[in-house]
Design a binder for this molecule. Structure first.
Ligand code: B12
Length: 311
């Protein structure tokens, strides 16, 4: 078996659902679109996103001598979500353990495996890191296409995927870039986004995106926009839930991502009474924890009507 096949098999044995490999190059055509997007201010509060732009698209600036970009996908779709209705809703990706940690560990294990096969190899791993354009690399590595909702969609698994990247100096066999987007004439995600945050060119206006407004943003939000957030307290799944290509999505089998039992059954009274200790216990290992109790508590009060105000 050659080294490329061994890497692919190892990725599967580590629990990744998808693995593709692209030849490293400067993604100049993506960089152009990205610069225009930043120029229009569509990054809104996320100023960090538009710094160090060359690095995001030219992997040789991150790892001199890089030859290959390995892209992994891990399915996080589940129907095992919060069972109570009319309570603050957490997006699917944040229901279990923080994916950054366990995916990074798996990527490091895969890189270690590559170094055993090729002792001269140098490499770096990334998962949801601001310095590399992960969706663009997933397209390059043949994993799927960027849908109109801007996320990477794989024909078999759908789009509820976490992406991970390994840059490596070893020459490998490459997948063909995905050139055949399957969104066609469908515009459901654009039409169903409550805040109209989805642009026509597969990018997002983050000043309107509920995900940004509830995760990253720290500024007061316009009242009309706030009402459209409805009961979403952390992240948003609407543009993926309405996507017909996710109708066949299969439930993941990653125990790390299983919903915390307490979060699953938390009723309105439980949400309203949540203390800092409760927050720590329920969200300690989840991406929600990074938001901090104070900001989260304030948002619970706004969403459950105990306090008037803007998120
Ligand atoms: C910043 C960020 C956000 C921001 C902005 C999202 C956005 N769409 O830009 C916010 C906080 C809103 C966000 C939300 C979410 N995020 Co996020 N996010 C990121 C991050 C760190 C960077 C994304 C980015 O660069 N945005 C800037 C825009 C301009 O880039 P873009 O959307 O890729 O646009 C490109 C295409 O449109 C393309 N393009 C458009 N037209 C054309 C034309 C031509 C000719 C060409 C060549 C290219 C082209 O070029 C653009 C520039 O590269 C990535 C991780 C990473 N480093 O990549 C995770 C990431 C994209 N997020 C992820 C997830 C899971 C989410 C959420 C689902 C979480 C949630 N449930 O709330 C939502 C989804 C919202 C959405 N519809 O995008 C996953 C997505 C996995 C997937 N299947 O794609 C990623 C990859 C993290 C990971 N490692 O898994 N996120």
């Amino acid at each position: 078996m050659n080294i490329t096949s061994e890497i692919r098999l190892k990725a599967v044995s580590l629990g990744f659902d998808l693995c593709g490999i692209a030849r490293a190059r400067h993604l100049s055509e993506y960089e152009e679109v990205f610069r225009k997007w930043c120029g229009e201010g569509l990054n809104s509060n996320m100023k960090w996103l538009c710094r160090d732009i060359p690095k995001r698209f030219n992997p040789s600036l991150l790892l001199p001598g890089v030859k290959s970009v390995i892209v992994t996908g891990l399915n996080y779709f589940t129907d095992e979500i919060q069972s109570e209705r009319n309570v603050p809703v957490v997006a699917r990706y944040a229901l279990g353990t923080d994916y950054h940690d366990f995916i990074t560990d798996r990527l490091k294990t895969l890189l270690g495996f590559i170094k055993d096969l090729d002792p001269s190899a140098e490499g770096s791993v990334f998962c949801d890191s601001s310095c590399i354009a992960e969706k663009a690399w997933a397209v390059e590595a043949g994993l799927g296409w960027q849908g109109k909702n801007s996320v990477l969609i794989n024909e078999k698994t759908g789009s509820f995927l976490f992406l991970g990247i390994i840059l490596v100096t070893t020459e490998l066999e490459y997948d063909l870039p995905y050139t055949d987007g399957k969104c066609g004439e469908c515009r459901i995600c654009i039409e169903r986004c409550p805040t109209g945050a989805i642009n026509e060119n597969r990018t997002i206006d983050t000043s309107k995106c509920i995900s940004n407004l509830t995760i990253e943003n720290r500024e007061p939000i316009d009242k009309a926009l706030c009402e459209k957030i409805d009961n979403r307290i952390f992240g948003c799944d609407i543009c993926q839930e309405v996507c017909p290509l996710n109708k066949k999505a299969k439930t993941h089998n990653h125990p790390e991502l299983k919903i915390n039992d307490e979060l699953r059954s938390l009723n309105l009274a439980g949400w309203q009474a949540m203390t800092e200790d409760d927050f720590r216990r329920i969200f300690k290992n989840s991406p929600v924890y990074r938001k901090g109790f104070e900001r989260f508590r304030k948002n619970i009060d706004v969403l459950t009507g105990k306090e008037s105000g803007l998120l």
